[in-house]
Design a protein around this ligand. Structure first.
Ligand code: HEM
Length: 442
């Protein structure tokens, strides 16, 4: 019997543009028209099948990882290098995750609570009453310094300053077309040439930094240290190039995403003063200067951060390319086809999240969601390695900001595509009202 293919439409540049730039409205439209799964068919008949429900996500993300290759591989290889975990597959991908995962264990980040708090304090101490600030500028600065301290382990102020100069252009010159239309990765495209230069400068800086680290103390607390000390199962260490590619991946995967999520949570609190007050009451009950670990576990703070990441889904979909046939929702997909999970559609499914367009942190207190209903960090064998760091950082930074400053949201924000992820059109403008005094010790 001929395999049944999912219903769908021809994939042209316009459909790709809609999916990239308007994932929420476009996937809602696709679900209305096609149901739980839809395929965008390429000119050669290959399908990009997108599941729009939690049940479909479970099927795709629980399937045998060896049936999948990396998606958008060409784009990510050019952007992050052939040693990047984004493009490694099967045995090599498993090997790399095994090597990197211990360093990313949430417990490892706990000791950095004070560092994250200090960094946040530095970035907000210059705020002035009656001033309008762009929250994304502040959160990008926080997230960059956290990566430099926690991931790179840079402590020397001179190296931190140099690092900022080298790392910032990587983000600002990255363009979504590098991933979605990799043919633009040619030096005669000015946008690519700028990124290639930034990548070159990054490479030089990392090489110098690794030499300095090798000559100094062998501190394995940070992620660079654990990469330098780690060995694959056959006893070989990671090469300098592999470390560089993974650091670039981590930077691209973790800098803007965490910063954007942090700025959206400030936006949501600024536009929902009752929730902001409720959160302040929870934090004040922890006493003055609570342990970062206590903050990281505060239930309403967690609910606020989760709800904000649901409402403003940063990575609208995750995808894989098939190397084995896959049965999904009664349809058969073939090697060469791709499958995607629309996190955006699932996060806005009214059956799972009633009033999906409203900011209601209480839903995360009242209910536990499965990993296929709430999945900002993707899932399965490629689930985000940095989720523990990002969650912890967000909670500490939100707590620090809202206990020290009164603010309102200064203007309505809209979601737009930034580079790999979605972001805010104006970077979340906050009207700073007044400095708050430290809470009483209870
Ligand atoms: C709010 C912040 C973040 C969000 C929303 C996010 C989301 C994601 C998603 C959706 C994926 C793909 C998962 C999949 O394919 O199933 C991913 C992969 C990844 N993320 Fe994150 N991420 C964030 C922060 C970070 C941070 C802070 C780091 C590192 C410090 C990081 C490192 C990575 C890496 C290395 C991968 C590739 C994993 C692999 O292919 O095996 N991310 N992230």
């Amino acid at each position: 019997m001929k395999p049944i293919r999912p219903k769908g439409i021809a994939r042209n540049s316009y459909q790709t543009w809609l999916l990239v730039n308007h994932p929420q409205t476009y996937t809602a439209r696709l679900r209305k028209q096609f149901g739980d799964i839809v395929a965008l068919y390429g000119s050669e008949g290959d399908a990009f099948a997108i599941v729009l429900t939690s049940a479909g996500a479970q099927q795709i993300l629980s399937a045998d990882p060896d049936g999948y290759e990396a998606f958008w591989k060409e784009g990510f290889t050019g952007v992050a290098g052939s040693g990047s975990i984004w493009v490694l597959e099967k045995q090599e991908h498993r090997r790399e995750r095994k090597l990197l995962s211990p360093a990313f264990h949430a417990q490892n980040f706990r000791r950095y609570g004070e560092v994250i708090r200090e960094i946040t304090q530095q970035k907000i101490e210059g705020w002035q009453p009656c001033q309008t600030v762009r929250a994304l500028d502040t959160s990008l600065a926080i997230s960059l310094d956290v990566i430099m301290r926690v991931v790179f382990g840079v402590e020397d102020p001179k190296f931190i300053e140099e690092g900022r100069k080298v790392l910032k252009p990587l983000r600002s010159t990255l363009h979504p077309s590098f991933i979605f239309f990799p043919k633009v990765q040619r030096n005669w495209f000015p946008i690519w040439a700028r990124y290639a230069r930034a990548k070159e400068d990054f490479s030089t800086w990392v090489s110098r930094y690794l030499i300095e680290r090798r000559a100094g103390s062998q501190n394995t607390n940070d992620i660079v240290g654990s990469m330098m000390a780690a060995h694959y199962t056959d006893g070989t260490p990671m090469s300098g190039e592999d470390i560089r590619d993974e650091l670039l991946t981590i930077l691209l995967a973790g800098h803007e995403t965490t910063a954007t999520a942090l700025s959206w949570s400030l936006y949501d609190l600024g536009t929902n003063p009752d929730k902001l007050e409720k959160l302040r009451r929870e934090l004040e009950a922890l006493g003055s200067n609570p342990e970062p670990e206590l903050i990281g576990k505060a239930p309403y703070l967690s609910a606020v951060c989760n709800e904000s990441q649901r409402l403003h889904t940063l990575l609208p979909e995750v995808a894989r390319t098939l190397v084995l046939p896959l049965e999904i929702a009664g349809y058969t997909l073939q090697p060469g086809d791709s499958v995607g999970v629309s996190i955006m559609a699932i996060h806005h499914d009214p059956e799972i999240y009633p009033e999906p367009d409203c900011f209601i942190p209480e839903r995360f207190i009242d209910r536990t969601y499965t990993p296929f209903e709430y999945l900002p960090f993707g899932g399965g064998h490629r689930r985000c390695l940095g989720s523990g760091l990002s969650d912890f950082e967000m909670r500490i930074a939100v707590a620090e900001i809202i206990t020290h400053w009164d603010f309102d949201s200064a203007a309505v924000e809209h979601e737009v595509r930034h580079d790999i992820s979605m972001g805010s059109k104006h970077g979340v403008r906050l009207l700073i009202k007044s400095k708050r005094s430290a809470p009483e010790i209870k």
